[in-house]
Design a protein around this ligand. Structure first.
Ligand code: SAM
Length: 215
């Protein structure tokens, strides 16, 4: 039975396991298995396995990707797991969200990574000249990440002002029946600019796709 007390205790444990040194990410994954679906969704859309995270980080290390900007990161718990599991290949992780009021309210869960807010920029070009381009030009290599994002127009805006060369899209496999835009397998990117370099299946429901900009 899911109740407020159970949720509070689970959150307390998650805050404990994500506090300080990264040694507890495996314990957090194991703990995640026991969580109620409702709380899981509040925290993140996908609980990867340790092998999923290892394969993902192997790709980042191979291409020396050192910084990630996650757009629409929500709580950032998935991103925290990715960075904690990265081991020696250190990843600097930042998030961008809408609705500061919600994420700083008492009803929301804590942010697990440094969070920036879209509304701090008066328009997309300010994001361009400020946070987004500082965080994601290409030295050292960085990636812009969208996980279960569902806003085509905003996605295209971010893509237009992004200066880095890696794009990571995470979302559902088509048969799962969940709509995201972009979809990782059919993102409708300009094909002469973006090439699919790797596709990882995370469980039988989710796909992680890595695209590289070649122009
Ligand atoms: C389905 S949730 C996914 C959250 C998280 N990435 C995850 O996998 O758990 C989509 C997120 O995108 C955010 N979002 C929607 N439009 C956005 C925009 N224009 N810029 C940044 N974030 C946005 C929403 O606030 C929401 O947290």
């Amino acid at each position: 039975m899911f109740d407020e007390q159970t949720e509070l205790e689970s959150l307390r444990e998650i805050y404990y396991l994500t506090n300080g040194a990264s040694g507890s990410w495996r314990k957090l994954l194991a703990f995640g298995v026991s969580l109620e679906q409702q709380l899981k969704r509040k925290l993140l859309w996908i609980w990867p396995t340790a092998v999923d995270l290892e394969n993902y980080n192997h790709f980042l290390a191979k291409h020396n990707i050192q910084r990630i900007l996650s757009i629409g990161c929500g709580s950032g718990l998935l991103e925290w797991l990715m960075a904690a599991a990265a081991g020696e290949h250190k990843i600097s992780m930042h998030g961008l969200e809408v609705d500061r009021n919600w994420w700083q309210s008492k009803y929301s869960v804590r942010s697990f990574i440094p969070l920036n807010y879209v509304e701090d920029a008066a328009n997309p070009s300010q994001l361009d000249s400020g946070f987004l381009s500082n965080c994601c030009n290409d030295s050292p290599p960085c990636a812009m990440l969208f996980c279960y994002f569902n806003n085509r127009r905003a996605f295209l805006d971010y893509l237009r002002i992004y200066r880095g060369k890696w794009l990571i899209l995470i979302g559902p496999k088509p048969a799962v029946g969940i709509h995201t835009d972009p979809n990782p397998i059919q993102p409708q990117l300009p094909t002469d600019v973006w090439i699919l370099r790797e596709r990882l299946d995370w469980t039988d429901r989710n796909v992680v796709a890595f695209y590289e900009k070649i122009a």
